[in-house]
Design a binder for this molecule. Structure first.
Ligand SMILES: Cc1cc2nc3c(=O)[nH]c(=O)nc-3n(C[C@H](O)[C@H](O)[C@H](O)COP(=O)(O)OP(=O)(O)OC[C@H]3O[C@@H](n4cnc5c(N)ncnc54)[C@H](O)[C@@H]3O)c2cc1C
Length: 696
């Protein structure tokens, strides 16, 4: 049965129709492959509400940073009043409920990134952490959170330590006389910093500190710490708290710093699901290894990372929508004086842009799959059901997300920049929106775990699988993302023997290349680490000196392979109409070939190919697919795009009336045609006045 697309609004007629008419599929049906129908309806509901809400109207002129913070705080307050969750949502399973909440925040992030960051940190991440690390004694805090009585913050990073969480120096010392923890910041380098919502607005923070009983340190633990009096918003005594100042972007978020001086909190404020301290000062833990306790504590950040993946894929979709719509209307040069071509007709322009359209399509579907896996393991972890390989599943999901967040955010960073350049000078206008998209993605590369550090978790996991293949001939990959490693002897013998473009323009070739690449890279990374370890006798050095050209590229290649794997699985589902298959396959092949183009050196280095044909065919394949995509690409971005209100770009509107919107921007920007108030300061008294009329 054909999917019901009647709830998706038609697009306005205009100059883009010329290309829209060429598409060989229905863009609305394609949209329902990129988006789950119910979640899309929910997002449309959110966007419709915000579009009509006066507090969410966009300012006509640039606001001062402190005004941006005020507006974002008010918008968040207002947003929390909406009841977007379906009526049965409150009773839904943990998984469904979390999915709804993530979708609501995803919708918010696409239009108001600052407000969504404030909500994600101050409400969802806090709630998630309390639910997973807290117990019934923290239930009242969760309730206060849902009743909008609390806005929180998550304080992990310190001035001198970010990625290296286990060396953080804030302490929480247990005092059994008063049954309190005493929190201290030894010096400025241990001040918590960059903490969203902490600068001006939050009343409570989740603070990560080293737990001490006497002289014994039990590692990093999470504590609920009151920060400000909710009635006055003034900080409590014993705290130095403030805003870190203006940033490159996301200035609606009040990122703050904090230092504690013998600041006391009740014993019960320790989140105690994994480990607890008895009133008498005994430490009790369900896990004996302190590094595992830290791991379990920080596992919560996974929710933020999958959310980041999805939001970044959406940002990339926004950027390519703007650039493709622009390219289909903008004309420059032509074969004859009276014929100018739309810039989308140029091969170079297609080659610069279309791979990012493919990336947005693949990464949207990949992030949806990553969220599904993440929520599945969360749900299983919360039920009584025992699942034999749950830990293996969690490790694999962790590996997928640790590769997926960097893959998606980096693709988005590069894609936005290319799209900006593809729109020429007009792309540099603030109203084109690339600036905001670029600033937002920039921060995502670092927060929720710095990309270059995160990818090491994926390569470590892959190396463990490789070790297990060599030792026991098996792999722990319940989600089958690297189960092929057990066939490594066969895979490493693969050789490329294709001779036509058709030999590379197919998913079997792409899968074969990726399986070979992952196997080859994990092998050479392992060999390098083993040699370094023998030489230096130091695991730390061995690991660090095998990142460049080895482990780091291994994680990247694995991320791309998994992204394609989930994409292929999705497009081959029964609910995907036959009419959509060709375009979906084209997008998948373009993504695969464009990524492989960047890894050719490894395919040659390892002997997968030994003459020029692989390189030539991959490159010709990309150009072939680009030219094939030209007539469909406008409809593809129609399927990827959110409504105009969300895209918020004068270059990317669905009506394609590019020059009307540019004119409106030029003419209507405040004070555009008025003399500046400071004109006297620059006037030149003795300047000759040139005639404006001819003497004749
Ligand atoms: C907009 C924004 C919002 C934030 N919000 C919060 C928040 O709400 N709460 C909070 O606690 N924190 C927050 N942070 C902080 C953020 O989580 C940290 O910036 C991040 O974890 C990285 O830590 P760092 O800045 O100390 O960088 P560092 O860890 O010092 O890294 C610096 C550089 O060194 C590299 N590097 C580090 N270790 C290695 C290694 N082993 N091998 C190779 N390279 C390495 C990194 O890749 C990076 O490029 C926020 C940051 C930003 C930008």
């Amino acid at each position: 049965m054909s999917a019901d697309t009647s709830f998706i609004e038609d697009l306005p007629a205009g100059p883009l129709d010329a290309y829209r008419k060429k598409a060989k599929f229905d863009w609305k049906k394609l949209k329902l492959v990129f988006e789950d129908v119910n979640l899309l309806k929910m997002k449309l509901k959110v966007w419709n509400a915000l579009e009509k809400d006066s507090i969410f109207q966009r300012p006509e002129k640039e606001l001062l940073t402190k005004e941006q913070k005020r507006i974002a705080a008010l918008q968040l307050q207002q947003f929390r009043k909406y009841k977007f969750m379906p009526t049965n949502g409150q009773k839904a399973s943990i998984k469904d409920r979390a999915r709804y909440l993530m979708t609501i925040n995803e919708a918010l992030a696409a239009a108001y990134p600052d407000v969504s960051v404030k909500q994600a940190l101050g409400v969802f991440l806090f709630q998630n952490t309390l639910a997973t690390l807290g117990t019934e004694r923290h239930q009242h805090i969760i309730e206060a959170l849902w009743n909008r009585q609390i806005l929180s913050a998550l304080a992990l990073t310190e001035v001198a330590h970010g990625s290296d969480a286990k060396n953080m120096r804030t302490t929480a010392v247990y005092d059994k006389e008063t049954q309190e923890f005493i929190i201290n910041t030894p010096d400025f380098k241990a001040a918590k910093c960059w903490v969203g919502n902490l600068g001006k607005t939050c009343t409570v923070a989740l603070v990560f500190a080293q737990l001490y009983i006497g002289d014994q340190c039990y590692g990093l633990h999470a504590f609920v710490v009151p920060i400000r009096n909710p009635k006055t918003l003034l900080p409590y005594p014993g705290i130095i708290v403030g805003d870190i100042g203006e940033k490159i972007g996301l200035n609606g978020v009040d990122n703050g710093f904090i230092m504690f001086q013998n600041y006391k909190i009740p014993r019960e404020n320790l989140l105690n699901k994994i480990s607890d301290v008895t009133p008498e000062g005994e430490y009790e833990s369900r896990i004996s290894d302190p590094t595992k306790i830290l791991g379990a504590t920080l596992e919560n950040l996974l929710a933020g990372r999958v959310g980041t993946m999805q939001e970044s894929a959406n940002n990339l979709a926004c950027a390519v929508t703007i650039a493709i719509r622009y390219a289909a209307v903008r004309t420059q040069f032509g074969p004859s004086n009276n014929e100018e071509l739309p810039i989308i007709e140029y091969q170079l322009h297609q080659w610069r842009l279309f791979p990012y359209v493919a990336a947005a399509s693949i990464l949207k579907i990949f992030s949806t799959a990553a969220i599904r896996h993440y929520l599945n393991v969360i749900e299983i972890s919360h039920t009584e059901t025992t699942v034999d390989n749950l830990n293996d599943m969690i490790s694999e999901v962790h590996a997928i997300i640790s590769a997926g967040k960097p893959l998606t955010t980096w693709a988005c960073r590069d894609g936005i920049q290319e799209c900006r350049e593809c729109c020429g000078g007009h792309g540099y206008l603030k109203a084109a929106r690339f600036g905001e998209l670029r600033d937002t993605i920039d921060a995502r590369i670092t927060y929720e775990g710095d990309n270059n550090v995160l990818v090491q978790q994926t390569s470590n996991w892959l190396l463990r699988q490789w070790h297990s293949v060599l030792e026991e001939g098996q792999v722990c990959s319940p989600l089958s993302t690297c189960s092929f490693l057990k066939d490594h002897l066969v895979i490493l013998k693969f050789k490329f023997n294709g001779s036509t473009v058709q030999d590379v323009k197919n998913i079997n070739f792409i899968t074969r290349c990726y399986q070979w690449l992952i196997t080859y890279l994990v092998k050479i990374t392992h060999d390098k680490q083993t040699a370094l370890l023998e030489h230096s006798k130091c695991k730390f050095t061995a690991r660090n000196d095998s990142q460049v050209y080895k482990a780091a590229i291994l994680s990247r290649v694995y991320g791309e392979f998994v992204a394609l794997k989930y994409y292929w699985k999705r497009i081959n589902r029964n609910d995907v109409e036959i009419s959509l298959r060709p375009i979906l396959e084209t997008l998948g092949i373009l993504y695969g070939l464009s990524c492989l183009d960047k890894h050719l050196v490894y395919l040659y280095q390892g002997g997968f190919a030994n003459n020029h044909s692989l390189s030539e065919l991959v490159k010709n394949g990309i150009l072939d697919v680009c030219s094939l995509l030209k007539s469909d690409v406008v409809a593809v971005v129609d399927a990827l795009a959110p409504p105009d209100f969300v895209i918020n770009s004068i270059l990317g509107k669905a009506d394609g009336k590019l020059y009307e919107h540019i004119q409106a921007e030029f003419f209507n920007n405040p004070g555009a045609m008025s003399r500046p108030s400071w004109w006297r300061e620059i006037k030149v008294d003795n300047a000759p006045e040139l005639k404006i009329r001819s003497k004749l």
